[in-house]
Design a protein around this ligand. Structure first.
Ligand SMILES: [Zn+2]
Ligand SMILES: [Zn+2]
Length: 324
């Protein structure tokens, strides 16, 4: 079964880390970080519904202005997720402009800030000149920031001298119906199948289902189902190389198909990495290996290695492929 989204980095290895995730069956995309996004077309930006910000250092947030400018006349709202302080950061950005002529614009910016175990939502509607309107505060379950039928986005908290978020997007699993088995059981194709799929997704295994006037138990029907693993993509940047960070991130990115991860310094500059609260290429590869990811894609390299990016990449790969 085809995955429901594709993903790619927006910039080169030495530019701001940004990953664009595009859904295949709807006009929709999400973004991990909003540093320099000049490489995105307005058309790509217009598809963005949710933007996940790791932290508001300038190389991860300067693209907010471009985002705002492109989305200004869009009727669909945009959600900005981020660590503690993100509401203040968005408010600060918005207050840097004069908004007396935007009351007819439909855009509403929802900011979703992680505060302890809660998600605090605040909105900034253009029709109110982007003034701050508190919406609600909701408890977060299982570190899931956004739960949708086709995917969810979860987070881990890491430390980079300041709190930073790491993210993972995951499809729950694909439910495929084995047509041969369906036929063998004398069952028809029909709307009941999508109802049954919903029951599987929601784990309602004690319920029964009626097909053509006959009642089946959940387990009776499970042998027509083939479950395949959904796609998982993770995004990890800017964190100190501490035990605590490393284990939090391994847990988050476990089993990812693709892990985007910063490889800021070489191992030989490990003391610099510690000082600057960044990972080394070696540790990035170690995280990928321990989390059993299928593919690791390094990004966010220090400009120091502009002449030798291959050294950084091969350090990641060597560590990723090492034997335990
Ligand atoms: Zn940073
Ligand atoms: Zn950075």
């Amino acid at each position: 079964m085809r995955p429901s989204f594709i993903h790619s980095p927006v910039n080169g290895l030495f530019e701001d880390p940004v990953v664009y995730v595009q859904f295949l069956y709807e006009k929709r995309a999400i973004l991990f970080d909003a540093g320099d996004i000049d490489n995105l077309t307005p058309r790509q930006i217009n598809k963005l519904t949710d933007v996940f910000i790791t932290h508001t250092h300038i190389d991860h947030f300067i693209g907010f202005d471009k985002l705002l400018r492109v989305l200004l006349r869009r009727p669909e709202p945009v959600n900005i997720y981020g660590p503690e302080g993100i509401t203040k950061a968005v408010k600060g950005k918005l207050s840097g402009y004069t908004w007396n002529l935007v009351e007819e614009y439909p855009l509403v910016i929802f900011v979703k800030e992680l505060v302890g175990g809660d998600l605090k939502t605040t909105k900034f509607p253009a029709e109110q000149r982007f003034s701050e309107v508190p919406v609600d505060m909701k408890q977060i379950d299982n570190n899931i920031l956004l739960q949708e039928p086709l995917f969810n986005v979860s987070f881990a908290r890491v430390n980079h001298g300041i709190p930073v978020l790491a993210f993972a997007i995951k499809e729950p699993f694909h439910i495929n119906i084995d047509k041969e088995r369906l036929k063998a059981k004398g069952l028809p194709v029909g709307p009941w199948l999508s109802h049954f799929k919903t029951m599987i997704r929601e784990g309602r295994d004690n319920e029964s289902i009626e097909v053509d006037g006959r009642t089946y138990s959940f387990s009776e029907l499970m042998d027509i189902v083939r479950l395949t693993e959904g796609q998982k993509v993770s995004y990890v940047v800017d964190m100190a190389p501490t035990e605590e960070n490393i284990s939090a991130v391994i847990e988050l990115v476990e089993g990812s198909h693709t892990l985007y991860i910063e490889a800021y310094f070489l191992k030989e500059d490990a003391d610099r990495a510690l000082q600057r609260n960044h990972l080394t290429a070696d540790i990035a590869g170690y995280i990928a290996r321990r989390a059993k990811v299928k593919e690791v894609r390094p990004l966010h390299l220090s400009p120091k290695y502009r002449d030798c990016p291959e050294r950084v990449i091969s350090e990641v790969m060597l560590s990723f492929r090492a034997e335990d």
